[in-house]
Design a protein around this ligand. Structure first.
Ligand SMILES: Cc1cc2nc3c(=O)[nH]c(=O)nc-3n(C[C@H](O)[C@H](O)[C@H](O)COP(=O)(O)O)c2cc1C
Length: 340
């Protein structure tokens, strides 16, 4: 086997085979059940829920349980949990394992104040002993794959991913996912892929690299550069649900289907997404509201997209959305039922 094909090899976590090793990133408010269904349908190998509070799950909070709802077509689906108490996270993980999730991911990267203030998310990077206790407790509670998603560090001087990764590997994590920005950077600045390379060399569990993967060749390029076992795609896949599958094909050197899709295909995929949203929320009006941001992402870069941004907030029906997009892309506004 050549060096490159070895690199692109499937990722194995317990009994789960992720082939090619491409993950869609968890994104609160965006990568919800309808979007995950679409991503999987288009060939994204594995998806993750939005972050869910372990405490919310255990207290039967409606909002948290709503985030756990999913369809079998989304599997393999990891659930991402956040919290600061080892035994509470372990109990929530146990419930999730019973619900059929393929794996548990613990959030140690969320930068927002209302999460880190309670010692959860990226705050755990400054509290390695507690982070280790969490992983050990969850490991004792479940036998399904266990990953941790973290930042490269809390700040330039504090809470380093490599040291933390070593501890968490010892405590039973099966893999770590590094979003290679510090917590202080939030989502700006460049992701530090050199750090991912150093983590790969230093750790004896698989490392999944995340941050700034945009072009279809980026996954292959970064995997070759760092030797990471897998990659995770974030913002570039918004309005671009075909990107994870295309990046995976490029990594395994399979022939890529036409990328990006034609405007007519783009419109068809948007209609499919919209219909999934309508089916999911069971209200056309609510679905249209939730799809407004997606419509903007799907049309980014097209002539007239800026004008559409202003109009989108006045759109209240699926028909209005479909025909506005068809007009902008200059494609036929066909009956979406005939698009399969
Ligand atoms: C709107 C939004 C929501 C996000 N929600 C989560 C989340 O729930 N859990 C998580 O671990 N990361 C979350 N992230 C971070 C992404 O998973 C990813 O790590 C980050 O966007 C970096 O990847 P990118 O540079 O490819 O976008 C979120 C990011 C954005 C922009």
């Amino acid at each position: 086997m050549g060096a490159l094909s070895k690199l692109a090899a499937a990722m194995k976590l317990g009994n789960l085979q992720i082939d090619p090793p491409v993950w869609m990133a968890p994104m609160a408010g965006v990568v919800d059940a309808p979007y995950r269904q679409l991503l999987r349908e288009l060939g994204c190998p594995v998806v993750v829920t939005e972050m869910v509070s372990a405490e919310g799950i255990l207290r039967l909070a409606k909002g948290s349980h709503r985030l756990l709802h999913h369809l079998p077509s989304e599997r393999p689906l990891f659930v991402q949990l956040f919290g600061d108490l080892p035994e509470r996270l372990a109990e929530a993980a146990r419930l999730c394992a019973e619900m059929g999730f393929a794996g548990i991911d613990i959030n140690m990267g969320c930068p927002v104040k209302k999460v880190v203030r309670h010692g959860a998310g990226a705050a755990l990077m400054k509290d390695p002993i507690r982070a280790e206790q969490i992983v050990a407790a969850v490991r004792r509670a479940v036998s399904i794959p266990l990953t941790v998603k973290m930042r490269s560090a809390w700040s330039a001087s504090e809470g380093n991913a490599i040291e933390l990764g070593r501890r968490l590997a010892g405590a039973g994590a099966d893999a770590i996912i590094i979003h290679a920005r510090t917590r202080s950077q939030f989502y700006s600045g460049r992701a530090d892929w050199e750090l991912i390379g150093r983590a790969v060399a230093a750790l004896d569990i698989p490392v999944i690299g995340n941050g700034d993967l945009r072009a279809v060749e980026d996954g292959k390029r970064r995997q070759t550069q760092t030797g990471c076992a897998g990659i995770m795609i974030g913002r570039a896949a918004l309005g671009n649900p075909w990107l994870p599958a295309a990046m995976g094909k490029c990594m395994t050197q399979q022939t890529t289907t036409a990328y990006p899709p034609s405007p007519q295909e783009r419109w068809g995929i948007f209609c499919n997404h919209l219909q999934k949203m309508i089916d999911w929320v069971d209200s056309e009006r609510q679905a249209v509201i939730r799809m407004r941001k997606h419509l903007i992402w799907y049309t980014r870069g097209f002539v007239g997209a800026v004008g559409l941004r202003k109009e989108v907030h006045r759109m209240n029906t699926a028909t209005a959305m479909r025909s506005a997009m068809a007009k902008l892309l200059a494609v036929e506004d066909r009956d979406p039922q005939c698009l399969c």
